[in-house]
Write a protein that binds this ligand. Sequence first.
Ligand SMILES: [Zn+2]
Length: 457
Amino acid sequence: MVLQAYRFALDPTPVQEMGLRSHCGGQRYSYNWGLALIKVNLDQRRAERSYGVAETDLTPSVSWSAYSLRKLWNHAKGVVAPWWAENSKEAYSSGLANLATALGNWNASKAGTSKGPNARFPRFKGKRAGLSCRLTTGSFGLTDDRRHVKLPRIGVVRTHETTRKLARHIERGNARIRSATITYRRGRWFCAFSVEIDRRDPVSTRSDSVVGVDLGIKSLAVLSTGEVIPNPRHLDHKLRELRRLQRQAARRIGPDRVTRQVPSARWRKAQTRIARLHTAVANARRDGLHKLSTRLVRAHGTIVLEDLNVAGMLRNRRVARHIAGVGMGEFRRQITYKAGWAGGRLQVADRWFPSSKTCSACGAVRAKLRLSERMFHCDQCGFTLDRDLNAARNLAALVGEAIGGMSSPSCGATRNEPDGNPRQTRTTRATGTATGRPTRSTPRRKVTAYETVPHVS
Ligand SMILES: [Zn+2]
């Protein structure tokens, strides 16, 4: 049993669209209402403390759980939102559940128990926030004609494409819908079902096969098998068109918050065209990545990727557009879950593993390798190979060794490191090498380590 989402684009009638919008608005309203309540409570308690009120005499704190927030909302809704009956109660529960999650994240982040960057205290949702609403109970699901979805209060909404891919699983009894989330993104309504599904994926044809994948910009991926997957550069191909549309939009009258200028209909039309272009690019990119990741998972039992610092690379504005245009993070996400479904293995090399600088023939590590050097040339054994293919082979060769999973920091990087690696600096000094040559704290990796790996000759 896995949890999987099935998302369908909707073609609602104007009346249904109003219903969808109203539900998302209700979600936002209850979220903001709960947040205001909690802020007032926190401020009150802070003020009382500053007057020296004893801890036991303070105004009681409001519980942050979704359950108690819902109870408070049900008490107050008749007064603060007399129109509440227009929407399914699920809309309000959805907002309060999101608020409870946001507060929980902030709490965990403050306590240092969560991974990732610090979470901010939740902020009020403005009108420009993305529209969405989650339905967890009630009558939602697919219809028998496989062209509509049922949503509470909103009714039976036509889908843009057939719902066959999910309907078949449900009819066979393999899948159960747990919740439905409606969203409005890039000018289009979607309904995503969270489905508990019994997947029977084909096991990879060669489960002993190992492939190293070097992701890049010049080519999307270079496999250790020698296969090069070119970068389709979807956005670059559309840039001329995008610039033309943006110039067009700039000549039209847009909104202005200061003068309260309402955007013109022509400006809106231009924005719709820009959004459509971005959607086409994103769809094409996602499609290509899905095809590649599925193919890799079907063909190989073990896939080795690099742990790329995508967020860090995106901060470099010279390459940000190209990095984002590849979708490396999305690729890794897809490989991760697809490998799990197919019973394959994913290994992620440590962030500091010098995959490009290591010689895939003898294991020596070069101190420096400029990005402009497209061919790897080994100083020690004279081996020459395409830079990316060399990196992919090094990744594939990692499999024979005991490298950790995604979070484990241990990998070949502790064995042989180039000079200048931040994590090796101390060790380098301790062993006292002043030659500038690569330092090795342990003996050079044996050639046999990767000769046992298929695909690498
Ligand atoms: Zn070499």
